[in-house]
Design a protein around this ligand. Structure first.
Ligand code: ADP
Ligand code: MG
Length: 627
């Protein structure tokens, strides 16, 4: 937050120092940098007048890496050393990369199983380092254009980025020597670019179809405050996928063998991509494919044909659109505007289908390639303090619930999904056993009731809990999600203040498809989950009762109970022990109740004994006076 600026009477605001700030759209396919000049946001061009910097980096043995257009041009001749779409690898583990269907032409070094490194002629590089090269190129461009160093930047990320992906983005910025003012969700940046925050209120759908990802967000503007009501999307669906469909069509139509090499595939892909982009303006394009030992294939692709090819992929974006509406609790009629973001929304077919879905024409007046960078620049200008009184507050939501493991392998949700961030929420937990001095805290993400069905984010231990009887210790677990979506969890024992803390930067990212699956599972398994929870809860209760009974029998069983009473209790407890292992909540509950009945008298005698013991040496009046 900017400090309040005090200007002397008579001093015009124009004389105040203008801080250099920029907004950076670090895209999968293209990246941009923008700044606010004379009150207007504008993207900055390179020496050749290009605004879009292809998100490509080419490494070579002795020279420093090439970025942007120069690197992208090398992608078909040097695919192994040219890194494209590195954003897809950010914050991902090797396992996620192997699972994904991305057609990646480079080799990974798997020396450390969690952080992937790409083998290049210039050495082994991590995705963070590759992103840092792109950011460095944009930083240089901005500083050359503006004539001084940037004081701060706002970098945008997809709304769906998880902790690890956000952290990786921040690390890349740091590596590039940038001061990150904050990360901003791409849809929120787009809404700001259209100045939607100056309206009095509204509900907006931000449809972002880029090169590698699809994101849909529902924002609500309320008294100048943007709240992200819901987000959904598909991080493995973008213009690249349209390109692949067209490339495959091209291979088939030209009669080329499917087993073509990487280089030729890239060449064809390049041609397919160009055809797609040109068909946004014209009705037909001509194509030609070189085939060894055969004449060149020549053919055409019409917009109608293109539309048929890409239609299924565009329709795939509508399911997340539907889900976002449902999660936001709104209907299509509630949507006041649809903002189109990302190069792929240039395709007329995309505009058509989106318009049909919402029953309204989407906003397309701002260049969909630049809109995110423009919004980020406006936000950076505010955060750096050039515009302190027109501050806007931006709220985002968490995509999946966050919670901790409790006894019986159950998950207690601490922050529910779609809660707006930043947020801090605390919950109290207690010990299970008498004299327990340590507790393990297991942080989970997901909607299901059982630990095994959720995603494990972190585990840590709280020590130095003073020994007390079970259930007496109070451990406060605080979840804090900051404005960038990063989670930190603190556990504190409330009497001694013993504390333990963890920042969650999971090494494995989460695919949107996985989020979707987790959400679907939570719905389809809802009733079974409730039953499973009931069973687990009863099992935990059974364990607690049996544990306490064993302890009581050990100390007082022989002195306070007759042989007959002892055997009755033993019978009831063995019934419970058996019931505990069968997965029926009602049976366990009944067995607990029966054992309870059988031990009532024993408990009363123990109580008498302990009161008697406590009273020894004290007069009754002494206690009365105290009360
Ligand atoms: P990202 O945010 O993933 O970096 P962009 O918003 O820059 O992506 O969009 C890049 C995608 O937009 C590419 O797949 C590109 O082919 C596509 N694209 C660019 N121009 C057009 C166009 N005129 N018609 C259709 N697609 C286009
Ligand atoms: Mg984008």
């Amino acid at each position: 937050m900017a400090l309040i600026q005090i200007s002397e009477p008579g001093q015009s605001s124009a004389e105040q120092k203008h801080h250099l700030a920029a907004g950076i759209d670090l895209g999968t396919t293209n990246s941009l940098v923008a700044t606010v000049r004379d009150g207007q946001p504008e993207t900055l061009a390179d020496a050749d007048g290009h605004h879009l910097l292809p998100s490509a980096v080419q490494y070579s043995p002795d020279a420093s890496p090439l970025t942007g257009r120069a690197a992208k041009d090398k992608s078909s001749v040097d695919p192994q050393n040219t890194i494209l779409s590195v954003k897809r690898l950010m914050g991902r583990g090797m396992a996620d990369i192997e699972k994904s269907n991305d057609r990646l032409s480079y080799q990974f070094i798997n020396e450390d199983s969690t952080v992937p490194r790409i083998k290049t002629a210039g050495g082994n590089v991590s995705p963070i380092e590759v992103s840092a090269e792109i950011l460095t190129a944009l930083k240089k461009r901005a500083e050359k254009e503006l004539g001084d160093e940037l004081e701060g930047v706002v970098v945008t990320v997809p709304a769906y980025f998880d902790d690890a992906q956000r952290q990786a983005t921040k690390d890349a910025a740091k590596l590039a020597g940038l001061n990150i003012l904050r990360l901003l969700n791409e849809p929120t940046a787009a809404a700001i670019a259209y100045g939607l925050e100056s309206q009095s209120e509204g509900v907006y759908a931000i449809y972002d179809f880029g090169g590698g990802t699809f994101d849909i967000s529902i924002l609500r503007l309320n008294r100048g405050v943007f709240e992200v009501l819901a987000t959904a999307g598909d991080s493995a669906l973008g213009g690249d996928d349209l390109d692949h469909v067209i490339t495959d069509w091209l291979i088939e139509s030209s009669g080329l063998n499917k087993e073509i090499g990487q280089n030729q595939y890239r060449e064809l892909w390049h041609q397919a991509c160009q055809a797609k982009e040109r068909l946004s303006q014209q009705d037909v394009v001509e194509l030609s494919v070189k085939i060894e030992a055969a004449p060149v294939w020549q053919g055409t692709l019409s917009r109608t044909q293109l539309n048929e090819l890409i239609d299924p992929l565009i329709r795939k974006t509508l399911a997340p659109c539907r889900r976002a509406l449902r999660d936001a609790g709104v209907t299509v009629e509630d949507i006041d505007e649809i903002v189109m973001v990302g190069g792929s929304t240039r395709a007329p077919r995309v505009r058509e289908l989106v318009g049909e879905f919402y029953g309204k024409n989407p906003l397309v007046s701002i260049d969909p390639d630049r809109i995110v960078a423009l919004g980020a620049a406006i936000q950076a200008d505010i955060l750096i303090g050039n515009k302190s009184h027109e501050d806007i507050l931006l709220l985002d939501v968490i995509p999946l619930s966050l919670g901790i493991e409790t006894m019986g392998g159950l998950v207690e949700k601490v922050i529910r999904r779609n809660t707006t961030i930043p947020i801090t929420r605390a919950q109290e937990f207690t010990t299970f056993k008498d004299g327990q001095t340590a507790m393990s805290v297991h942080v989970l993400q997901g909607e299901r009731e059982l630990v095994v069905d959720c995603r494990s984010l972190a585990k840590f231990e709280l020590h130095d809990i003073p020994p007390m009887v079970a259930g007496a210790a109070r451990i406060r677990v605080t979840f804090q999600v900051d404005a960038d979506g990063l989670l930190s969890v603190t556990a504190q024992e409330t009497t001694t203040h013993a504390e333990s803390h963890v920042e969650v930067k999971p090494s494995y990212g989460l695919e949107d498809a996985e989020i979707e699956r987790m959400l679907k599972d939570s719905i389809s398994h809802a009733s079974e989950d409730v039953e499973a929870r009931n069973v687990r809860e009863q099992q935990v209760e059974a364990d607690r009762v049996l544990f306490a009974l064993d302890a009581a029998l050990q100390s007082d069983g022989n002195t306070l109970l007759t042989k007959e009473e002892l055997s009755k209790i033993a019978d009831a407890s063995s019934v419970l022990r058996q019931a505990r292992n069968e997965s029926n909540a009602a049976t366990i509950k009944k067995a607990i109740k029966d054992l309870d009945k059988e031990t009532m008298e024993f408990a009363a005698r123990r109580m008498d004994k302990s009161i008697h013991k406590a009273l020894t040496g004290h007069s009754v009046t002494e206690f009365n006076e105290e009360n």
